[in-house]
Design a protein around this ligand. Structure first.
Ligand code: EPZ
Length: 422
């Protein structure tokens, strides 16, 4: 397995291009199942999760064509030849559940493996199933699969999510576009990835209002056309790289970033005494001295502080002068980066979902283990400010969600390299 080696790197300067959003793509690609016409997506990131979704869609009969710029993809589901999302694919990527709604809406049937848990939590899919059942689907759970049918098509309904779920909102919106009648989704997710999904669906002819609020209304239509859509910038990659100048006392422009993708995160950076400036091309983040102010963070659904930036923010707060508290309220096990950061000299204690971070800690390089996608980036950020060398193992986690990490960080002066092991 590959390793990434990071040496202490101070005052990083320059610019980093932000790629298209992985989590938007993983919901946009299944939209192809809703139409016989080609769906063309541009600004696609080069990530292993995207390849996994390509393999899944091809197994259902979708024709996938990558243009030679590698950032444009054409998906054509003229015929859906299979309705089975196999465990071997789903277990590698939970977002495979996002083919369930579109398959039901287009073909009236779907057999999708239940994804099972992952490192950060049990991550059930009960809300996905509940909303599809409310739309008239008949669901049978057996042998680790959900067998869903809607022989007479889906029927519009009003449904209130008991908790806010990005994926369940996406599945429900996709399914409702071809249902008969009106669907009203209450307590829906407002993430920018949902807005991007709805923008593409509207370009395909869907009738949707209320996106970006907690209530989304979908008027079912008989069919959808193809479309061409540019994937929104990845706000999690954006936030991750915004921390690089903050942690190393540098100045970096994040090309393609916009403040409205991460308003709460930007406010927290400013509270910590980091300068955040929107520019015509993106966002510039700079920090001249080492004085970081401690701040308290609680993760929440958008527009709150993103859970996907919690591990990365913790590294900045290890360098703050004083005590910060980070409360993780979305997932039950998302502090696995803590023991690795403590091994590097961080002073962090966890009590009931709250991490107490005391700084400024002098971090020392060490061999560390990536445990999940976002935790792996927090270890690289820590390596940038740790004395000596940090070796991050199991970087396959990283490759799921960050393209060309070494190249992007070397581009602003970081001392980082990948060791390719057989
Ligand atoms: C999406 O996951 C993202 N993944 C996650 O990013 C992100 O952390 C999460 O949203 C929250 O923002 C993709 O978009 C592919 P949820 P999702 O449904 O949709 C519980 C990354 O690092 N829940 O909003 O699976 C769930 O357990 C990944 O890129 C149920 O109980 O998240 C969690 O506690 C990690 N039942 C909470 O809701 C359900 O049926 C929010 O989950 C569904 C979710």
């Amino acid at each position: 397995m590959d390793q990434i080696v990071v040496q202490e790197s101070r005052a990083l300067q320059g610019s980093i291009p932000i790629a298209g959003a992985k989590n938007a793509c993983l919901a946009l690609m299944p939209l192809s199942l809703l139409t016989e016409e080609p769906l063309i997506l541009t600004n696609i990131p080069r990530l292993s999760d995207i390849l996994t979704m390509e393999v899944l869609l091809e197994s259902l009969g979708t024709q996938v064509t990558r243009y030679n710029d590698q950032a444009t993809i054409s998906l054509s589901s003229r015929r859906i030849s299979k309705h089975l999302a196999h465990y071997d694919i789903v277990r590698k990527m939970r977002a495979s559940i996002l083919v369930l709604g579109p398959l039901l809406a287009r073909a009236g049937q779907a057999i999708v493996s239940l994804p099972g848990g992952c490192a950060i939590g049990a991550r059930p899919v009960d809300l996905h199933l509940a909303v599809l059942e409310a739309l008239g689907a008949r669901l049978d759970l057996q042998d680790g699969y959900v067998r869903a049918t809607a022989s007479r098509g889906l029927i519009g309904e009003t449904f209130t999510f008991p908790i806010i779920s990005v994926g369940a909102t996406a599945n429900a919106v996709m399914a409702a576009t071809l249902a008969k009648g009106t669907t009203v989704l209450k307590n829906a997710a407002q993430e920018p990835e949902i807005l991007d999904l709805v923008a593409c669906l509207k370009a395909m002819g869907a009738q949707i209002t209320g996106e970006g609020t907690r209530t989304i209304v979908i008027e079912g239509v008989d069919s959808l056309s193809g479309a061409r859509h540019e994937v929104v910038a990845d706000r999690i990659e954006l936030g991750t790289y915004m921390l690089v100048p903050a942690i190393t006392q540098g100045s970096v422009e994040l090309i393609g970033g916009r403040r409205n993708l991460l308003a709460d995160f930007c406010r927290k950076l400013e509270e910590a005494d980091v300068l955040v400036t929107e520019t015509p091309r993106g966002i510039t983040v700079s920090k001249e001295d080492e004085r970081i102010k401690p701040v308290d963070v609680t993760t929440a659904p958008f527009p709150g502080f993103p859970t996907d930036l919690q591990a990365q923010m913790m590294v900045l707060l290890c360098r703050a002068t004083g005590v910060s508290r980070i409360e993780e309220k979305i997932f039950e096990n998302r502090f696995m980066h803590v023991p690795e950061l403590v091994r590097m000299g961080a002073e962090i204690s966890i009590h009931g979902g709250v991490a107490k971070v005391t700084g400024p800690a002098k971090l020392r390089g060490a061999p560390v283990m990536a445990t999940d996608l976002r935790a792996s980036m927090s270890l690289i950020l820590a390596g940038l400010v740790a004395q000596g060398e940090t070796i991050v193992n199991r970087v396959y986690h990283l490759d799921r969600g960050y393209e060309q990490v070494e190249q992007k960080l070397r581009g602003v002066g970081a001392k980082i390299m990948r060791i390719r092991n057989k």
